[in-house]
Design a protein around this ligand. Structure first.
Ligand SMILES: C[S@@+](CC[C@H](N)C(=O)[O-])C[C@H]1O[C@@H](n2cnc3c(N)ncnc32)[C@H](O)[C@@H]1O
Length: 214
């Protein structure tokens, strides 16, 4: 009998959370994303520095960089864009799915940035192929995503079942997804946000992929 009460309470909780997230969709998601990003500032600073210096070294590019961020959200990554780009020049705002960026020319971007979007897109393989297409040779894609936790079975189960119900995003094996991308060189690292209530978001996977065509 007690199990019926517990299961009903859980179902009610999930349904109310779902209704809540739909009702407050934009504002609620933005708030959560800001909390998540506030725990990742140091990691992102190092990530952007390493990835950008990498392409600057190879291209000896001291001029402006063409940067495209996919699904910018509330612009949490702008402060990590290369020094000197404080006076960010927004040259184009493209409204399209990342799977098909028809408005963006091939080989036109020095840097592509995406954080926490591969869990929401319809086809992550198509997105990565599109990124590769629009990157210039020696260009870099900087990313940070979250993954299903393969090391902790109960958590993996909760993420797979409850995650999509309350957040509308898929909990997938992001290491496998990113490793199967088209990049010619890939750097991948993991990070855990050390806060109990962010357990479901962990592990974070981040790094960069380079396009190198001779
Ligand atoms: C969880 S939010 C992350 C926002 C932001 N990148 C951040 O890190 O705060 C997911 C984002 O993915 C975007 N998104 C979902 N499907 C997409 C698609 N097919 N192509 C491009 N962006 C997509 C949404 O518009 C939303 O901004």
């Amino acid at each position: 009998m007690i199990w019926i009460y517990i299961i009903s309470a859980l179902v009610m909780m999930i349904v109310s959370l779902k209704v809540f997230t739909i009702f407050f969709s934009g504002a609620f998601l933005n708030l959560i994303m800001r909390f998540i990003h506030s725990n990742l500032e140091t990691v992102k600073m190092k990530l952007f520095d390493e990835a950008i210096s990498n392409i600057k070294n190879t291209k000896k590019n001291s001029g402006n960089l063409e940067i495209l961020e996919l699904g910018i959200g509330t612009g949490e990554n702008f402060r990590h864009f290369p020094k000197g780009s404080n006076d960010l020049n927004v040259s184009k705002l493209v409204v399209s799915k990342a799977e098909e960026m028809v408005g963006i020319e091939s080989n036109s971007m020095d840097v592509v940035v995406h954080t926490f979007i591969l869990c929401s897109v319809d086809d992550n393989k198509k997105v990565m192929n599109e990124i590769y297409r629009i990157l210039k040779s020696d260009g870099v894609c900087i990313f940070m995503e979250h993954s299903v936790d393969l090391k902790k079975k109960p958590k993996k189960y909760i993420q797979s079942i409850i995650g999509p119900l309350i957040t509308d995003c898929k909990f997938i094996n992001m290491e496998k997804v990113l490793s199967s991308g088209p990049y010619d060189h890939l750097e991948l690292k993991f990070y855990q946000i050390n806060k109990f209530w962010m357990t479901l978001v962990n592990p974070i996977i981040y790094g960069y992929g380079l396009k190198k065509i001779k």
